[in-house]
Write a protein that binds this ligand. Sequence first.
Ligand code: ADP
Ligand code: MG
Length: 474
Amino acid sequence: MRNRRWSHRWMMDHRPVYSTMRSYRWLWSASKLGLSLSDTNEAWKAELDERVRKFEENFRNNGLLNCDIEKSVGQQLLLLQAELKQIKEENKKIVENYTAERTMRKKYYNMVEDMKGKIRVFCRIRPLTRTEQARRGHTIVTCLDDYSVILETPRGPREFQFDKIFNSECTQEEVFLESSGLIQCAIDGFNVCIFAYGHTGSGKTFTIVGDRDQRNPGIIPRTFTKIFEIIQENESKFDFKVSAYMLELYNDRLQDLFVNPAEAFSKRIEIKRDRKGLMFAQGAETKEATSASELFALFEQGCANRHIAATKMNVESSRSHLIIGVMIESSSLTNGSVSYGKLSLVDLAGSERAAKTGAKDDQLKEANSINKSLSALGDVISALSMEQPHVPYRNNKLTQLMQDSLGGNAKTLMFLNISPSDSNLDETLTSLIYATRVKAITNSAQRNIDNKEIAQLKEVILKLKSGQPVEEDV
Ligand code: ADP
Ligand code: MG
């Protein structure tokens, strides 16, 4: 059985040889039938020739067939490769379009939110410091696009969205450019507040003030320059008056930075609210400035009076909140209307918990009062974001002072400063969650503008209050 199967296979594989064997058999039968050897020879030769011809033809055909198959398979492969390339290109375009659309959608969404009066939140990621690099700290924060940031947490990545993300390579100039529109708003008579929030060492002072030697000036000095640039451009249409106050909230005490510390200690500053809901610090020294350099000199003088102490987290960490208010009064030379804009620039103290900073005694007291004011700020933010009827502004001086900027008559921009380092994971996560709540707050900013008559009457009242003579025809 096995032999038969083997022989059949052998016959199939060697069909031409087998045919030749059949020819021998036929030859043998022919001789048995009495045919001569030459006849048989001829017949055998013819049969053999025929077999060889068929074998060659068969081989040629099969060979050609294989060639055709190879050719067509090759062609199909080329076609498929071209199709794949095209699909890949289309796919790339779709991804690009999707990313562009997504970015646009976020941008327009943010614009609508801005028009609705929502507080704007910009998130800035500072670079790893040299100490963090030396400690082999690694980055746990990445920017997905201009509006989304991802934080790697032990429970997996978490995405947060803000009105703008500035990565660690963004310059002070780029950061300022995005915020400078608000300066025009203040000159137009709006109440504007820009404040920085984040833990100690996250880059708040760098963003708001700049570095120590002012090689990289921050928002404050750039704002001063911009204010006077705008004033210069509009001098033929408006009369401008710029004045400022500068305060420090330290250990629950408001201190006037425009007077020397000894004098400031005995001075009482009260936070009041005017008819339009604007907050002002009663009793604080207000100084006029006629140029950017004059305003900056006032600011530097104020900085020299600040309380600064070293903590573990940042050698030069500021342990107090800094508030500078720049008032811009502009009177129209054409119709006499007067607008009053106020620009508050706030550098908050670090938001970290006292335990991590290694603060002791006096510093612990500072840390506690900082925590108290920031937790009061947190309560205000959560009441506003949940649209609760009662907002606990009065619980702390910081929240009282920022009342018009949070949920009030102001255009507000918050800088959320974060560190990219894995060693700051807890603080960064807390800050990101905090800032997400701030984003939900809606303000209702209105221009503070009086027509000519009201502006004149206000001037009369002021003069009367201070005992100055008033002209009859006013
Ligand atoms: P904070 O005011 O939040 O405590 P700082 O602004 O003092 O933090 O920043 C801490 C350190 O990091 C400083 O040495 C500062 O110069 C540096 N730094 C912060 N942000 C940046 C940045 N965007 N680019 C370069 N250095 C930065
Ligand atoms: Mg600081």
